[in-house]
Design a protein around this ligand. Sequence first.
Ligand SMILES: Cc1ncc(C[n+]2csc(CCOP(=O)(O)OP(=O)(O)O)c2C)c(N)n1
Ligand SMILES: [Mg+2]
Length: 471
Amino acid sequence: MSHKTTSSSNPNRPYVPTPISSVAFSLTPSQQQQKKKKKKKKKTDRETMAVRRLSSSSLLTSPSKSPLLPLLRRPFSFSSSSSDDKTVLTVETSVPFTGHRIDPPSRSVETTPKELVGFFRDMSMMRRMEIAADSLYKAKLIRGFCHLYDGQEAVAVGMESAITKKDCIITAYRDHCIYLGRGGTLLEAFAELMGRTAGCSKGKGGSMHFYKKDSGFFGGHGIVGAQVPLGCGLAFAQKYNKEDTVTFAMYGDGAANQGQLFEALNMSALWDLPAILVCENNHYGMGTAEWRAAKSPAYYKRGDYVPGLKVDGMDAFAVKQACKFAKEYALKNGPIVRHNPETIEILEMDTYRYHGHSMSDPGSSYRTRDEISGVRQERDPIERIRKLVLSHELATAAELKEIEKLVRKEVDEAIAQAKESPMPDPSELFTNVYVKGYGVEVNDLSMSLLTPFFGVFSPFQIHILIKSYFH
Ligand SMILES: Cc1ncc(C[n+]2csc(CCOP(=O)(O)OP(=O)(O)O)c2C)c(N)n1
Ligand SMILES: [Mg+2]
């Protein structure tokens, strides 16, 4: 698996990041008055209030005295350290949306102080989790394939804020943060990464195979693109069961060129399924820049007859607006209507991954360090929200640092607890397989034959492959 390909900094075809205007926001007249009043208050008053808000936050308060239960029970909540969910703030997206066969939504996005500060904390939590996973991998406590999501957090957070847990999400192997967003806990995530029984797949799936029962999260998938037809199948079930819900099927710019995607798109459009295809365009498929793999890298237009929207995927509020719009659009007239030719859409999220493709890829041989640091400086999703929080005076810089400190502590606690969890018993190798009592012993020959597939399949999928090969 080589990551050494022509650099995207090739002068003929450079990677051009989305231009970002400075953080823009607008306030209604009453909000402006409120802001003026606030300014008059003494700084100390404001800080005392904010510290009170911080300490009353659900995420930062242990619901139990047991050392294990807090992390097991505590969902990754989108409540914020600010308790104010009544004041409506209007935030402008960084850049306008671009539509294909559709009028794009407004750039003005409504939010509340609670949501705004919540976005900051939730994205900081995701970022910290991925950085910690990097260290655990280097310490050999996480093994096998491991694909990190840092840089792309705004997609997970913005999407989650626009939908409910009854809507479905299905994604590929870059799944840790989507899992947290769906309500997974840090303990379940780290335990799974380290192959422990407290993990969300009982330690049997690893990084690429996170699942969350009864949460509308249909997990990570190692076969590139295969999750898209499965997602359309979920949308079929939603329509069949007459549910007012939708499925977000996520895939990368690399997967966007696969045939199965177009087959799934055709059937979904034909059957008016409430499916929303979300292309996370991080501009690289492993070490291959998008322009080397796609004749047309305008992925939001690639559905031809299917409407599409290009979204700044580094702006959580743009993602929120786009996902809300897409869900409403997909459900327009309800999924039960026999012929609604406009249910399915493609959302292209213009995003960026800071890490390499996986832990075996340093991520710097096919793109320049300047490119990576440029995106960090200009477009970082967390820094954007930090600026918004500060400009709305919802917290001070010191308070935001405190949130980051608490997030770090919570991640460290989860890792310590995950390490306490045992590895699965070897007998577990024969559970959760398709056909009961149909297992086979894995011998050295079959293991060596299947080694190349280890990154793609989970140990249990490999078991099934062995089974079907030898029977
Ligand atoms: C069917 C299939 N082909 C090839 C691979 C190897 N592979 C794993 S990830 C990847 C790149 C996918 O890139 P993209 O869709 O852009 O997603 P990203 O990793 O950027 O999130 C490839 C080619 C695979 N796992 N499955
Ligand atoms: Mg990609």
